[in-house]
Ligand binder design. Structure first.
Ligand code: GLU
Length: 322
C-alpha cells in the first residue's frame, strides 16, 4: 500500500516534469486547421473555350419577333407551348443561391426572386396560373447542358446572351441589362477591377464572369455557386468576388462586412435560355416579355427585388432580327 502511493507520487512528479520541460501551453495548442475550400473549387488559368477557334461574332441580342399571344390555356396545336400545357406544368431552370434573383426563402422553402418571377409570368401566359411551374435548380455551368438535354423547358438564371452560347441554345430578347463589378471585404483598399492585378478572385464556373477577369487578376478560383465565393471571401481564401451587379447586390445584402466597388466593366444582357430549334417558344416568351414591359409587370418585379440597385429603370427595349 505504502509502496504504491510512493510510485503514484513519483509518476505525478514525472508528469509535471514532462510538462514543465515541454513547450509552453500556448505552443501546444494546435494551430487552427485551414478552413476547407468549397467542394469543386479549382484554380483557373485561362477562360475555357467551348468551341474551337476564335469566339464567334453575331448580333447576340437580336431575337425572334413575337406574334400576338394566344389566350392562356389555348396554345396552338402541336406547338411547344401546347406540349407544356398538356404536361400540366412549365419546367424552369433557376438558381437557388442568388439572393434577389433566384434563391430559396428559408421561411417558406419557396424559390423566389426576379428571375423566378419572370419564369412565373411565362407559366401564367401558358396556363393562366403562375403556380403551374416546376423549378429545377441549376448552377451556372449546368444551364446549357440542361437545356441541351431537354431537362428544362427554359432557363431564367442571370444568363448573359453571348454569341458563343447562341451556338448551343437560343435566347429570348433581353429582359434585364446587368454589368460586372467587384465585391470585397470593407476597407480592403480594392477599388475596382483595376486593383485586382495582384489579388485572388472567386467566380462561378461556367459563367461569363470568369472569362471577363481571368487575365486581369493574379489568381482565379472557380466554384459551383456564387454563395461558395461569399464563404471564401469571409474565410479570407479570396480577396474579391467578381460578377454581375445583380448577384453582388444579393451577396452584399447577406454580409454587412462586404461592399461592391468600382464601376461596371462589362455588359451582361440577360435572356431566357431556350433549347435550340424551338422558334415558337422563343417568339412566345418574347411576347410575354413585351407584355410585361408594356403593362408595368416588369417594373413591379424590379421594384419587388432590385430596388437596392436604384429606382426602376426603363425595361430593356427588345431588338428583333426577324
Ligand atoms: N451573367 C453571367 C453568366 O451568364 C454570370 C451570372 C451567373 O453565372 O449566374 O454567366
Amino acid at each position: 500500500m505504502r509502496r504504491s502511493r510512493t510510485s503514484l507520487t513519483l509518476a505525478a512528479v514525472l508528469l509535471l516534469g514532462a510538462c514543465t520541460a515541454g513547450p509552453a501551453p500556448s505552443e501546444i495548442v494546435p494551430r487552427e486547421a485551414p478552413a476547407p475550400q468549397p467542394a469543386d473549387a479549382s484554380t483557373v488559368t485561362a477562360a475555357p473555350s467551348s468551341s474551337a477557334g476564335p469566339a464567334p461574332s453575331c448580333d447576340a441580342t437580336a431575337s425572334l419577333r413575337p406574334g400576338p399571344l394566344p389566350p392562356a390555356g389555348q396554345m396552338p396545336a402541336g406547338s411547344n407551348m401546347d406540349r407544356i400545357l398538356k404536361r400540366g406544368r412549365l419546367i424552369a431552370g433557376v438558381d437557388q443561391n442568388s439572393y434577389l434573383m433566384g434563391f430559396r426563402n428559408s421561411f417558406t422553402g419557396e424559390i423566389e426572386g426576379f428571375d423566378v418571377d419572370v419564369a412565373r409570368q411565362v407559366a401564367k401566359a401558358i396556363f393562366g396560373d403562375e403556380k403551374k411551374v416546376q423549378f429545377k435548380v441549376v448552377t451556372s455551368a449546368e444551364r446549357i447542358p440542361m437545356l441541351q438535354r431537354g431537362e428544362v423547358d427554359l432557363v431564367v438564371r442571370t444568363m448573359t446572351i453571348t454569341c458563343d452560347r447562341l451556338e448551343r441554345v437560343d435566347f429570348s430578347s433581353v429582359y434585364y441589362q446587368a454589368g460586372q463589378r467587384v465585391l470585397v471585404r470593407r476597407n480592403s483598399g480594392i477599388t475596382g477591377v483595376d486593383s485586382l492585378g495582384d489579388k485572388r478572385v472567386c467566380v462561378a464556373s461556367g459563367s461569363t464572369s470568369l472569362g471577363n477577369v481571368v487575365n486581369r487578376v493574379k489568381t482565379t478560383v472557380s466554384v459551383p455557386n456564387w454563395t461558395d465565393c461569399l464563404v471564401m471571401l469571409q474565410q479570407g481564401q479570396t480577396d474579391a468576388i467578381s460578377t454581375d451587379d445583380t448577384i453582388l447586390a444579393g451577396l452584399a445584402a447577406q454580409d454587412p462586412y462586404t461592399e461592391v466597388v468600382g464601376a461596371r466593366f462589362t455588359e451582361e444582357p440577360y435572356g431566357v435560355g431556350i433549347p435550340k430549334g424551338q422558334e415558337d417558344l422563343v417568339r412566345f416568351v418574347n411576347g410575354v416579355l413585351e407584355r410585361m414591359r408594356a403593362d408595368g409587370t416588369w417594373s413591379g418585379i424590379y421594384r419587388r427585388w432590385l430596388n437596392t440597385l436604384g429606382p426602376a429603370p426603363v425595361p430593356p427595349v427588345a431588338r428583333y432580327r426577324d
